[in-house]
Design a protein around this ligand. Structure first.
Ligand code: AMP
Length: 147
C-alpha cells in the first residue's frame, strides 16, 4: 500500500503553501519568519521560483553557537544550504522518506518543472503514516466484525 502512495496524497491534505525568503534578506528576518509561521525551515527562492537554497533553524542555532548573534545581520545566502535535495509531486512517499533518512534532514521542497510548488516536512510524513495505519486497522476490524 505505502509503496504506491505519492507525495501528492500528502499535499492534497496539507496544502501547497510554502514559506519562502530571498537570498538577500537578513538572517534576523529569516528567524522572525520561522517564529511567526511556527516552522523549522524556509526555502530560499531565486528567479522564476527556482530553489536556490534552504535555511533551517538548525543552521541558525549552530551559527549563533559558533559565531554569536552578530550573524543575524548577515544575508540568508551566507548560511543557507545550497545543494538542496528536492522531490516531485509524483514521487512515492517511500522514496521521500529514504531521502530524509539518508540526508538526515526534516524538510524536502517539492519541485515541478524547475519551480517550487510545495514542501513536505517529517511531521507531515509521520501524520500521513499514522492516518494510513489507522485506516488499515479500521478496515481490518470491520472485515473481522463482518466476516
Ligand atoms: P532540517 O533537519 O530540515 O532542519 O535540516 C538539517 C540540515 O539539513 C540543515 O543544514 C539544512 O539546511 C539542511 N537541509 C534541510 N533540508 C534539506 C534538503 N531538502 N536538502 C538539503 N539540505 C537540507
Amino acid at each position: 500500500m505505502e509503496a504506491i502512495m505519492s507525495v501528492k496524497a500528502i499535499l492534497d491534505r496539507k496544502g501547497f503553501d510554502v514559506v519562502t525568503i530571498e537570498p538577500g534578506a537578513t538572517l534576523g528576518q529569516a528567524v522572525r519568519l520561522l517564529a511567526e509561521r511556527k516552522i523549522g525551515a524556509v526555502v530560499v527562492t531565486g528567479i522564476g521560483r527556482s530553489v536556490s537554497g534552504i535555511l533551517s533553524e538548525r543552521d541558525v542555532v549552530r551559527a549563533i553557537g559558533e559565531r554569536g548573534a552578530d550573524i543575524l545581520a548577515e544575508p540568508v545566502a551566507s548560511l543557507m544550504t545550497r545543494k538542496v535535495v528536492t522531490c516531485g509531486v509524483h514521487d512515492t512517499v517511500a522514496d521521500l522518506m529514504e531521502k530524509m533518512t539518508d540526508g538526515k534532514f526534516r524538510h524536502v521542497p517539492v519541485v515541478d518543472k524547475g519551480k517550487l510548488v510545495a514542501i513536505v516536512s517529517i511531521g507531515d510524513v509521520v501524520k500521513h503514516r499514522i492516518e494510513e495505519a489507522e485506516r488499515e486497522s479500521r478496515a481490518l476490524r470491520d472485515y473481522i466484525l463482518t466476516a
